[in-house]
Each structure stands twice: as structure tokens, then as C-alpha cells.
Design a protein. Structure first.
Lengths: 227, 402
């Protein structure tokens, strides 16, 4: 059983009178623990694919099985639960809540999951220590550097110990050196068993992945690691 | 999400945008303060009037000539047409009723008073000593009318405080002779400052014995008969007895109206109570406006925090969690506004009381509770739409917006 199984996925957007096939007849299977880069020019459907994988969007047709379970038919409530417990997101623009401190941002998913405050505090302390952010715990995002912000975002994405991490251009807003740090961090997590899926248009970044999926016009045109 | 976390999160969002929060709390507080202050004013006016009427005297029953209520066709009306006049004899007869403590006949007219070349138009009140007892009037100097019936020969007068001041100035008034109409009266007393009551200012009258006043106005009718019941519980009995006695004395015809002070009070109480409700309603409009402002501000908040809402959804917050967070925020802001408005309103009422000490401007409890409840309900009600909009946001689009 694969971690992710997409079959015959269709995603159509209606823009005015015309229909845009963002994804067309897409089949994709990803095993647990894989490191996959989804690559392609803008408009190729890679972001749509990531949103689908993250249950932020629903396909018009086709099935998406996550850990053997068909998640396309789940209610919004159940999908939210799956996102909360199995999926971690890392965004290009970090998406930290500006009024919350680093520690509070990291604690956010646990708060949404209803985990008691004492346990939250303990897990946040551990996570911040793991990512070298202990002395930044009470800083707000605007007091952090780009690299620190993305590390806080990664800490937040992993605090619920998800099965997979979805990273959308995780180094897009960072300089090369900091981006390198962030990628090593993500790759370290992958080495620890977390499935890592990175969406990028940067061939250098994509080249680091063990498996590369090339997208064009809503279809998969190349897949180095398809088994 | 735990309730305590929802509360903390909403409080954080509210304080995260201080200006917006301040403006909204301000709008809400103005609404609540308006209700509290205006109802304090209305209710204060009501209590002021009720107090004034209470000062007329306690356990008062008033007999008026003529029938003010329609009693259907009475054969007697067809023959006589006009009601019989009230007389001093009627007053004496009522005084003998078992529930009646004392009565005072009252005749009123205007005349001209003169002393030392000074002329003044005055209200002349013809009555007996019991009038002073019933109304609780006291004299500042001299004494009240002599008790019992006084004949025409008794040419004495008691001046209202203002009449004395204007006619005599610094001179002593008691013992002097004053001309009222075409007769001269000896001043035997000056009334203490009293104020308004029964439609006339007791400070601007000259009180004469009833027979003297009737002679002056060339009449034997009375304007009113004031009746004091023996106690609060015997007011209704006194009213019935007075009506019965007059009916007997007036050939079986009920040609007077007997009212109790309580009835008059109740009427004023009701009128001013309605006024207070009206004022509260007008102030309530400002609360509704504040509610719409809550909605506007919350809608702006949703737009402002679209990215954050998208993130919350990506982190696994279901729609209802986001709706709750926004509703809680609206409720918190409304509560803060309501509490602040309550304090401002009570402060305003306090200033009113300081400025107009005679006006007991206390906001009624019902108005305070209604204002606070309306603030909360409008806040929540108008918070529902923005909260639902936040809950329904498409996470993909929300995240793309930054």
C-alpha cells in the first residue's frame, strides 16, 4: 500500500466562459518515506497538485487514497482532521501569524487539535530546541530573519508528527545560504522517515530530490522514480 | 480547540489590532452609554414628578365639582343640566365620615394686593386651618389660620414667601395690614418656602379664610375639597364615603369627581414611564448602529486576516472552529464596549445628579440589563455573517492572498 495513490485525477477551473484543465488524467503513487520534487513551469498544475495532496482542494474526478483511505469523499470536517494529524505544510512566504510569538506559532496546530496547554508548552520547547530557536521563542515573526521564520514554520509543520510534509517553494523567499540550511533541515526530517514532497520550479533544488516529477499543462510528463 | 484557547486566541486577535478594537469598543460603548444615560434622565424626571406630587400631602383625596366621566344617560341631567356647586357645607359633611381625618375647602381666584403703594397681582386661596395640616405647609413667621370656622369678620391673611419678599422687602410683615381686593387684612403669618403643588406655586399666594375669599369673589362655591384619609389603607374608603355624602347632599345626583392622589400619581408615573421607554428606544437605535459597525469591522478583520484564516485551515482547523474564533472575538469586543459604555453611562448619570441635584437620575435596572444584553446580542448577531464568511473561505485562495 502506497502512502499516496492518485488515479485519473481531473481538476478543472472555470475562468469566465473558458475551462482550464489544471490537472488532467493524472496518476501518481508515492510511497511512505519518499523524497519527491514536483517540478514544472508556472501554470503547469504543480501547485494545484500540491493543494490536492494537502486536501485543501478537491478533484473534479478521480480518487485520492491517503494511507489506503479514500479521502476525496470525506466531509470537510474529516478532511480538516486528516490535515491536522497527517499533513504538514511549509509555504514559500512562511505564513506565520504576525501577532503570535515563535513559540505560539509552533503551538498553533496543537491548540487547534485541543492538546492541553502543559503538553503543548513542553512539546514546543523541545521543538524549538531541535531547530535551534530556543532564544527566539518569544520573538514575533517580524523580529526574526527569513531563515528563522522558515525554521519556525517547519517546526510548526512537524509538531503534530505528520506522515508527510508538503513544501511549496520553501526556499523561494530566502537567499541561497539560508535556503541551503532550510533544505538540509527538511532532508534531515525525510531521513527520519517523513515523506517529503517539494514543489519548485528551481531545477537545482529539484535536483536534490531522489525522485522528480515533471509537470506540464496539467499532466505528468516525466517521473524519474516511478516504480 | 479548547474553549479557553478559543477565548485566548480571540482576545489575541482583538488586541492585535488596537485601533480597530478601540474604535469598535468606542462605538458600542457610546450606544450603551446613551441608553444608560437617557433612561437615567427619563426615569429621573419620572421620579422627580412623582416626588413633587407626593409633597402635596399624604393620603390625599380630592373632590372636584362636575362629572368628568361619562356615566350614561341620567334622567336628572335632562332636568338640571348643570351640576350643583361644591360648598363649605359639603366639606364639613365629608369631614364627619368615618375614614376621613380632616377636610379643607378650597376656593381660588386672582386679585390685587397692595401695601405701601406697591401693587401686585396675586392668587388668593380661601381655605381653613386644616389646609395647612393636609398639605404639610408650615409658616416661617407668625402662625397659620385660626382653627375652626371663622366668620366674615376674621380679616386675616397669610402670605406666600415670595409675596412677602416682593411686598415688604426687609420690613417685618406680620402684624401689618395689607389690602387685597377692596378689603384690608391683617398679616398673621408668612409661609415657609415650599414650591410647586396642585398647579400653583405656594410661594406666590395669599391665603385667606374661606369665607373671606368667597365674599371677595362673591360666590359660595368651592374650587376643590381636599380630603385627608385616616391612613393609607382607608384612602379608597374615604373616596367612596366622600362620593356618597356628596351624592346624598346633592339630591342623589353624582355630580362630582373624586380622585385620589394615587390615581394622579399613577397617571403621571405611567406617562413618564412610557417616555422613558421611548427615550430608551431611541438610544437603542445607536446600539443597532453600533451592531452594524461591529459587522463592518469584523468583515474588515476577515479580509485583513484572510491569509491567517487560510493558514488555520491548512493546519487543520475546521470551519466551525474559525467561526467560533471570530464570533468569540465579536462577543469580546461587544462585551468590552458594553462594560465601558455602562461605566460611561453611570458616570454621566452621576454628573447629571451633581449638576441637577433635584433630579434623581439613576438608570433603572431594567434599562441597564437591556442595554448590556442588546450590546451582546447585536455584537453576536452582526458577528455571525463575517464569521460565516471566514469559515467558508476557500483555503487555497486564502493562502494565495498575502
Amino acid at each position: 500500500m502506497s502512502l499516496i495513490e492518485l488515479s485519473a485525477i481531473e481538476r478543472v477551473f472555470t475562468l469566465g466562459d473558458s475551462e482550464v484543465h489544471a490537472l488532467h488524467a493524472l496518476d501518481l503513487a508515492i510511497e511512505a518515506g519518499e523524497y519527491v520534487a514536483i517540478m514544472g513551469p508556472s501554470g503547469s498544475g504543480k501547485s494545484t497538485l500540491l493543494n490536492l495532496l494537502g486536501l485543501l482542494d478537491r478533484p473534479n474526478a478521480g480518487t485520492y487514497r491517503l494511507e489506503g483511505r479514500d479521502v476525496t469523499t470525506l466531509s470537510a470536517e474529516e478532511q480538516a482532521r486528516v490535515r491536522r494529524e497527517r499533513i504538514g505544510f511549509v509555504f514559500q512566504s512562511f505564513h506565520l501569524v504576525p501577532r503570535l510569538t515563535a513559540a505560539e506559532n509552533v503551538a498553533l496546530p496543537m491548540m487547534l487539535a485541543g492538546i492541553p496547554a502543559a503538553e503543548r508548552a513542553q512539546r514546543v520547547t523541545t521543538a524549538l530546541a531541535d531547530y535551534g530557536l530556543t532564544d527566539r521563542a518569544s520573538h514575533r515573526p517580524d523580529q526574526l530573519s527569513g531563515g528563522q521564520r522558515q525554521r519556525v514554520a517547519i517546526a510548526r509543520a512537524t509538531i503534530m508528527r505528520p506522515a508527510m510534509l508538503l513544501a511549496d517553494e520553501p526556499t523561494g523567499n530566502l537567499d541561497r545560504a539560508t535556503g541551503e540550511d532550510v533544505m538540509s533541515l527538511l532532508e534531515g526530517l525525510n531521513a527520519g522517515g517523513v515523506t517529503l514532497i517539494v514543489v519548485t520550479h528551481d531545477p537545482v533544488l529539484g535536483g536534490r530530490a531522489r525522485r522528480r516529477v515533471m509537470m506540464q499543462d496539467g499532466s505528468k510528463v516525466e517521473d524519474t522514480g516511478a516504480r | 480547540m479548547r474553549p479557553a484557547d478559543v477565548l485566548r486566541f480571540a482576545a489575541g486577535s482583538a488586541t492585535g489590532y488596537p485601533l480597530r478594537t478601540f474604535l469598535m469598543v468606542l462605538a458600542m460603548s457610546i450606544g450603551v452609554a446613551a441608553v444608560v444615560m437617557l433612561t437615567a434622565l427619563g426615569d429621573g424626571a419620572r421620579r422627580y414628578v412623582v416626588n413633587e406630587f407626593s409633597s402635596l400631602g399624604s393620603n390625599l383625596v380630592i373632590v372636584l365639582p362636575g362629572r368628568s366621566e361619562t356615566g350614561g344617560f341620567n334622567p336628572a341631567n335632562a332636568i338640571t343640566g348643570t351640576p350643583r356647586d361644591l360648598t363649605v357645607g359639603d366639606a364639613h359633611a365629608i369631614a364627619r365620615a368615618p375614614s376621613v381625618l380632616r377636610t379643607a375647602p378650597l376656593t381660588i381666584g386672582t386679585s390685587e394686593a397692595a401695601y405701601g403703594g406697591k401693587l401686585k397681582d396675586v392668587t388668593v386661596v380661601g381655605t381653613t386651618a386644616d389646609y395647612f395640616l393636609i398639605r404639610g405647609l408650615t409658616v416661617a413667621q407668625g402662625r397659620i389660620l385660626p382653627a375652626g370656622d371663622t366668620g366674615l369678620s376674621s380679616s386675616v391673611a397669610i402670605l406666600g414667601a415670595k409675596v412677602r419678599e416682593e411686598m415688604f422687602g426687609a420690613e417685618p410683615a406680620v402684624g401689618r395690614m395689607i389690602r387685597v381686593g377692596d378689603r384690608r387684612y391683617r398679616v398673621i403669618g408668612v409661609m415657609a418656602q415650599s414650591g410647586q403643588g396642585l398647579g400653583m406655586n405656594a410661594d406666590e399666594v395669599i391665603v385667606l379664610p374661606v369665607s373671606a375669599a368667597q365674599a371677595m369673589f362673591n360666590t359660595n362655591t368651592l374650587f376643590r375639597i381636599l380630603v385627608e384619609a385616616k391612613g393609607r389603607e382607608s384612602i379608597l374608603a374615604a373616596k367612596a364615603e366622600a362620593a356618597e355624602i356628596i351624592k346624598t347632599r346633592h339630591d342623589g345626583e353624582e355630580d362630582v369627581t373624586v380622585i385620589t392622589q394615587d390615581a394622579v400619581l399613577a397617571t403621571f408615573d405611567r406617562i413618564l414611564g412610557v417616555l422613558t421607554y421611548g427615550v430608551a428606544g431611541i438610544a437603542g437605535i445607536s446600539l443597532a448602529v453600533a451592531g452594524i459597525l461591529v459587522m463592518n469591522v469584523m468583515l474588515v478583520a476577515v479580509t485583513q486576516r484572510t491569509g491567517e484564516i487560510g493558514l488555520m485551515k491548512a493546519l487543520g482547523a475546521p470551519g466551525h472552529t474559525i467561526r467560533n474564533a471570530f464570533l468569540t472575538e465579536a462577543a469580546l469586543l461587544s462585551t468590552a464596549g458594553a462594560v465601558l459604555g455602562y461605566l460611561i453611562g453611570q458616570g454621566g448619570a452621576f454628573v447629571l445628579r451633581l449638576t441637577f441635584p433635584t433630579l434623581p437620575a439613576h438608570a433603572p435596572v431594567w434599562a441597564v440589563i437591556a442595554a448590556l444584553a442588546t450590546a451582546l446580542v447585536t455584537g453576536l448577531l452582526f458577528g455571525v455573517m463575517p464569521a460565516n464568511r471566514a469559515a467558508r473561505l476557500d483555503p487555497v485562495q486564502a493562502l494565495a492572498k498575502r
